[in-house]
Design a protein around this ligand. Structure first.
Ligand code: ADP
Length: 620
């Protein structure tokens, strides 16, 4: 007898994903089996752990395994596990909805991407799990019973908008998923998922490392089709790149190969093995608040937890993989892990290893390094603020856009090697876009002298440049802050000549700036605005305000180019006529122009255009 059968609707994101799968624009359909086996394996891991922690759990843990059965006559394929199972609520929450952060962004990008290769790539990055079944099935039936509960659940759907769910008695513990396969595609033998031989091949290829037995029955024979060896426990010479890649897909829920595989083994007082991966692309939630981080933690081959944040600092949150420690208790909790000295030591070692791996990529595989940096550089730079101990190692693997070559990023080492005789600092300019920085008047004199300037456009750049003092004994110096001494041509004589004008302008522009002075930064522009050495930049000021922080208005300094005709004209006009309204307006226009030139926003655009229009009028 079954009770309370209901027809429910999929959540809208889930519905859209299902549509994708039904019309399967993803070419490698075999992946559906990997996803089902991966879920089954996770369910067995969870059961073993829960049974260990909860001695009262009424669960059968004697022969945990996965079973795959095919029925060519009825064209079905069933994947069964006797793991943790799901309650009715679990099924509704886990199978009826997609709770992955970044789903909306993913779907939006997918809609925007017109070409099919790009769409495939996106789907691969997103890593669709259970729903991948609908690439090959036109109906899916799921039977499940949560370990410790009497009540079973039957779920069924054709993937089109709704599913039915009902409570059923007498189900075995765990989950079985039956796919009613789509009609055979005669042109494409690959589609024959009722062939036991085919299924065996797929399991071997994608799921061999699963540490639970995957069994198939052929005639009277029951055979285990995977070798069940934990990859990280095997000697590395023994494991092929393909095996690592497939394992990565399992732990990372990614459908693409990793960029790099990192192995680490420690023997002695505390023994552990780590198998880590640098993904080939950033996850959609890399910069979202609810993002996950951390690798899987195992203790003596027993799965303990996903997303073990104690093992990975925030700025390396994209690293995936497994750490298997020998001497921890199976009962260990997240709170204990945060304090655990052993875990802290493992983490230090993992971090160093990851950073040194990236450094090696830099010198040995420039393409891979570039991909890494493009995808994860913004996150890695957070480490310059958070990880004092590894600051130099992080600076070593950073690269930045620079005025040296618009096509190429530069490392700091390369920058330092190119430094001109007499150049004391590593110069940089921060801003919102490369274009606004490159056109900024602040760069003029540096360009004229042939000094290279780093072009920093990530929001995080605004912060680390303040925290990090230098690299290889060279200080970082903003070209838009403080006084720069470019053994300039501003002579004492000039200073004297201009001093009256500057004092006057400082008063007349007192609302906008804290000082007006002569500049050695400029060659062609009449004026620019610079910050005081220790002041926050306008971009940072804006960022803080956006985050809801109270910020006092920070006034900057207006610098004038004494060699520019407009500025020398101002000086002679002031010398002849003294203070005048016209002069004050010119000063205001000059300030507005300097703001616009650095890509800034005018305080009162209406007034600026009015002043400008009346000036233009006079020229006609
Ligand atoms: P993912 O595996 O990436 O989380 P899925 O869509 O494949 O996404 O599965 C969603 C969730 O459903 C899983 O996280 C798991 O909690 C649950 N689930 C799926 N398959 C099983 C299973 N065989 N046994 C128990 N729970 C399962």
């Amino acid at each position: 007898m079954s009770t309370s059968a209901e027809t429910l609707e999929f959540q809208s994101e889930a519905r859209q994903l299902l549509q994708l799968m039904i019309h399967s624009i993803y070419s490698n359909k075999d992946t559906f089996l990997r996803e089902l086996v991966s879920n089954a394996s996770d369910a067995l891991d969870k059961l073993r752990l829960e049974a260990f922690r909860d001695k009262d759990l009424q669960a059968d843990t004697d022969d945990l395994h996965i079973e795959i059965g095919t029925d060519p006559e009825n064209r079905t394929l069933t994947v069964r596990d006797n793991g943790i199972g799901m309650s009715r609520d679990d099924v509704v929450a886990l199978i009826g909805t997609i709770a992955k952060s970044g789903t909306a962004e993913f779907l939006k990008k997918l809609k925007e991407s017109k070409d099919s290769a790009a769409s495939q790539d996106l789907i691969g990055q997103f890593g669709i799990g259970f729903y991948a079944s609908f690439m090959v099935a036109d109906k899916v039936t799921l039977l499940t019973r949560r370990a410790g509960s009497d009540e079973g659940v039957r779920w069924e759907s054709e993937g089109e908008g709704t599913y039915t769910i009902e409570t059923v008695p007498d189900l075995p513990q765990g989950t079985s998923v039956t796919l009613h396969l789509k009609p055979e595609d005669t042109e494409d033998q690959l589609f024959d998922y009722t062939s036991a031989t085919k299924i065996k091949q797929i399991v071997k290829k994608y799921s061999d490392f699963i540490t639970w037995p995957i069994r198939m029955t052929e005639g009277e024979e029951v055979a285990t089709v995977n070798s069940m060896k934990a990859l990280w426990a095997r000697s590395s010479s023994d494991v092929t790149e393909d095996e690592y890649n497939e394992f990565y897909k399992h732990v990372a829920h990614d459908w693409n190969d990793p960029l790099e595989t990192i192995r680490l083994q420690a023997e002695g007082t505390f023994e552990y093995q780590a198998l880590l991966f640098l993904p080939g692309h950033a996850p959609l939630d890399l910069f979202m608040r609810e993002r996950k981080r951390g690798v899987q933690l195992y203790v003596k081959r027993v799965f303990i937890m996903d997303d073990c944040e104690a093992l990975m600092p925030e700025y390396l949150r994209f690293v995936k993989g497994v750490v298997d420690a020998q001497d921890l208790s199976l009962n260990v909790s997240r709170e204990i892990l945060q304090q655990d000295r052993q875990i802290q030591l493992i983490r230090r070692r993992l971090v160093k290893k990851i950073l040194s791996t990236v450094k090696t990529l830099m010198s040995q595989n420039a393409d891979k390094y570039e991909t890494f940096w493009k995808e994860f550089g913004r996150a890695v730079k957070e480490g310059l603020l958070d990880d004092f101990e590894n600051r130099t190692a992080i600076l070593d693997i950073c690269s930045f856009a620079s005025t040296n070559d618009p096509e190429k990023q530069t490392t700091l080492r390369e920058y330092v090697e190119r430094m001109k005789d007499g150049q004391e600092h590593i110069y940089y300019l921060t801003g919102e876009s490369r274009q606004s920085i490159e056109n900024s008047p602040h760069l003029e004199a540096f360009q004229a002298k042939g000094y290279e300037v780093l072009v920093l456009t990530d929001p995080i750049d605004e912060m680390w440049v303040d925290a990090v003092s230098g690299y290889e004994e060279k200080q970082f110096q903003s070209v838009a802050k403080g006084e720069v001494e470019l053994d300039s041509d501003t002579t004492d004589e000039q200073k004297e000549e201009f001093s009256g004008l500057l004092t006057y302008l400082t008063t007349s522009l007192a609302e906008q700036v804290k000082e007006v002075r002569l500049s050695s930064r400029l060659t062609t522009s009449p004026a620019c605005i610079v910050g005081d050495t220790n002041d926050v930049t306008p971009t940072l000021e804006k960022m803080y305000r956006a985050m809801g922080q109270e910020m006092p208005q920070i006034k900057r300094i207006l610098e004038l180019n004494p060699g520019h005709p407009l500025v020398s004209g101002l000086r002679s006009s002031f010398a002849e006529n003294g203070e005048s309204e016209g002069l004050a307006e010119t000063a205001e226009l000059l300030y507005g122009m300097a703001l616009l030139a650095e890509g800034g926003e005018l305080g009162d655009p209406a007034r600026f255009t009015k002043l400008l229009a009346s000036r233009l009028e006079k020229t006609l």
